[in-house]
Ligand binder design. Structure first.
Ligand code: NDP
Ligand code: GDR
Length: 370
């Protein structure tokens, strides 16, 4: 109804008090998701559309269309989804986004999210991943302080971990420009909560994966390679640090946690995690077992290789994939989310890995390379 009014009666619509009035009588909740072309943005959009929300999903202008995730989820043409061109680094677009969408909830999922690249492009990462969140908070402060805000914070903020497992009270020690930028955005969210009474929630999410994960991240790189190798499309997989340990969960469950954080009475900070940690090597073993090509390991350090039953080397180390500073061990304690949000991770790593491998096998068979 609000959309129709804005078109039928543009002069009245240009008056902020009129728009505010229509919001009060509009029962459909409105949400902005920045980064809808990413893994979490796509899953969250589907969740909110299924809950009856009107969703404004932001995308960046690129020379080629990049909507394969929302297409795979079957929501690209949904009547309640509006795609909005937007760049986090442009303060004006943040203000216009909040003015035009008049959202009840904003989920800030857009970021330069790849840790490895953040070492190569630290300033860009700071602008997008750090200051970009501030632009949105400022827009909310200027346009409508009742807008609820979710910031996609990360276990990378724990970095060189100071306690095991990590929870909301564990001190931060980020180990990458990405982690530092995210920490800035996290504290800005807390600061706007304390300074201006803005409902700013921060979700410290541990790694979460899915068939929609980008192929540069280690889990998807591994499941994609396992599928290609077993189908004869690739010879070998090159990786960096096999000893890094991560707490890997299933992305679709984590976006449900984001939504729950904005439905509480008071804004807060929550950890979402599975409470289980495994190494990159363990994940390789799971993925190659899922394609019936079990590996055994030989050698040490950068000479370590994963060999199949016929003696062929399938995995080797390439120092190019090591990071200047590594996060060695992550394992989260999501007890607060369980108690206060009723949220819990349910999918086992074995099931998650198998689902990802099956999706990649199907892609190889249909010659689709997302
Ligand atoms: P993705 O990398 O899959 O998606 C990131 C999104 O941000 C993409 O839509 C991307 O657009 C968009 N984006 C990047 N730069 C800009 C910019 N300058 N302006 C506007 N949009 C931009 O990330 P995930 O979905 O995996 O993660 C979602 C969020 O959660 C991120 O902020 C990430 O840092 C954080 N996070 C993720 C975790 C995980 O394990 N997945 C764990 C903890 C936190 P484009 O498609 O054009 O590149
Ligand atoms: P991460 O995810 O850095 O935890 O950030 P990624 O999958 O990139 O790395 C996980 C671990 O695997 C090691 N690794 C490799 N990583 C990649 N990408 N490629 C390799 O070849 C490789 N070999 C070993 C890495 O060194 C690392 O220890 C993800 C992102 O989604 C962030 O946005 C998010 O905030 C965190 O998870 C939580």
């Amino acid at each position: 109804a609000r959309d129709a009014l804005s078109k039928l009666w543009p002069r009245a619509w240009s008056v902020p008090r009129f728009r505010a009035f229509t919001r009060k009588v509009d029962l459909v909740k409105r949400a902005v998701i920045t980064g809808i072309t990413g893994q979490d943005g796509a899953y969250l959009a589907r969740l909110l559309l299924n809950k009856g929300y009107k969703v404004f999903g932001t995308y960046r202008r690129t020379s080629s269309v990049n909507q394969w995730r929302i297409q795979e989820l079957g929501i690209a043409e949904h009547a309640n989804l509006e795609l909005v061109e937007y760049d986090l680094t442009d303060q004006g677009t943040s203000i216009r986004l909040i003015e035009q969408a008049q959202p009840d909830e904003v989920y800030n999922l857009a970021a330069q999210s790849f840790v490895g690249v953040s070492f190569e492009q630290p300033a860009t990462t700071a602008q997008i991943t750090g200051v970009g969140a501030l632009f949105l908070l400022e827009a909310i402060r200027m346009v409508n302080r009742k807008t609820r805000f979710y910031q996609a914070s990360t276990s990378e903020m724990f970095g060189k971990v100071q306690a095991v497992p990590q929870n909301e009270h564990t001190p931060f020690w980020p180990r990458s420009p990405y982690g530092v930028a995210k920490l800035y955005a996290h504290w800005m969210t807390v600061n706007y909560r304390e300074s201006y009474d803005i409902f700013g929630a921060s979700g410290i999410l541990f790694n979460h994966e899915s068939p929609l994960r980008g192929r540069e991240f280690v889990t998807r790189k591994i499941t994609d390679a396992a599928a290609r190798i077993v189908r004869g499309r690739q010879e070998i997989l090159e990786l960096g640090n096999l000893d890094a340990r991560r707490d890997w969960g299933y992305a679709e469950e984590y976006v449900e946690g984001m939504w729950r954080m904005l439905q509480t009475d008071h804004p807060d900070t929550y950890v979402l995690a599975t409470g289980r940690t495994e190494s990159v090597r363990d994940f390789v073993n799971l993925a190659f077992a899922a394609v019936d090509l079990p590996l055994h390991w030989q050698g040490q350090g950068i000479d370590e290789v994963g060999v199949d039953a016929k003696g062929q080397v399938r995995v080797r180390i390439n120092p190019r994939f090591y990071r200047p500073a590594e996060v060695e061990l992550l394992i989260g304690d999501a007890g607060k989310a369980r108690t206060e949000l009723g949220w819990e991770a349910r999918t086992s790593l074995e099931d998650l890995c198998r689902t990802m491998v099956q999706a990649d096998l199907a892609r190889v068979e249909h010659d689709r390379s997302f």
